[in-house]
Ligand binder design. Structure first.
Ligand code: ZN
Length: 245
């Protein structure tokens, strides 16, 4: 792919998926900036990973580094506060099957993209890139393609700018997301993802697994580990086939 003159703004949390989105944007667009959201989350570890991942990408891939512009962190704590236990009836506070507490605020991606569009409008960045995915993980209706296509229309109408919401991971399995990372940046990028990105819901970075750091037991870690194993199996199969051929 050759980079276009369009500018992209990547919703960037420092996690695995948004790092692949950042690589995708740097591969495809001449000018790329990143935005993160501080909504008062308990695990500041993800936010702390962001600058590290950006710096590692810029140094490992100089051509991408030349396209990588500013990072923005927007304070949306008032939105995060809606999930605060003080505002929630105590009977409702429990862990959901997703592994997130029920105090988690729904509709988060609607807020993220609306803020990103306002920022992109000011910065002249009209491609909004996010790592939402329906394939492995469809627990949240605001991650779904239909929701984001409708939001894209609403943003276009509400700004009179032809914004595009670009979700390169929407139909990929986690194994295919690793595959995409490898296609974009080879071992250098997949190693960087393993070493520096953070996905664990519990915010643990103590133990290093083959797939990276995390508690290894929360749904996010389980998903990441399973996807990595599947990707490894696919690569091994390919190696065997090329030897046999
Ligand atoms: Zn975990």
């Amino acid at each position: 792919m050759t980079a276009t003159d369009d500018g992209a703004l990547v919703l960037f949390s420092g996690g695995q998926d948004s790092t692949v989105c950042l690589a995708h944007a740097l591969d495809g667009f001449a000018r790329v900036e990143t935005v993160g959201f501080d909504y008062g989350q308990r695990h500041a570890v993800e936010l702390a990973c962001r600058l590290r991942v950006r710096a590692e990408i810029a140094s490992a891939f100089p051509a991408w580094g030349a396209r990588l512009g500013l990072d923005h962190v927007l304070d949306i704590r008032s939105f995060g506060a809606i999930g605060d236990t003080a505002l929630t009836s105590s009977a409702e506070i429990q862990m959901l099957a997703s592994g997130l507490p029920s105090t988690f605020v729904p509709g988060r991606n609607l807020v993220f993209f609306t803020y990103a569009a306002a920022l992109g409008y000011r910065r002249g960045l009209h491609i909004l890139v996010g790592g939402m995915c329906e394939t492995d993980y469809s627990g949240y209706p605001d991650c779904r393609d239909a929701t984001l296509r409708a939001l894209e229309q609403a943003i276009r109408l509400g700004t009179e700018v032809p914004f595009v919401i670009d979700t390169p991971l929407m139909w990929l399995s986690k194994a295919e997301t690793w595959e995409l990372a490898h296609k974009l940046g080879g071992d250098a990028l997949t190693d960087l993802i393993i070493e520096h990105t953070h996905t664990c819901y519990r915010g643990e970075r103590g133990k290093r697994h083959a797939w990276g750091y995390g508690c290894g037991a929360c749904p996010a870690c389980e998903l990441r580990a399973k996807g990595f194993e599947q990707w490894q199996a696919i690569r091994e199969q390919r190696r065997m086939q090329s030897r046999a051929g």
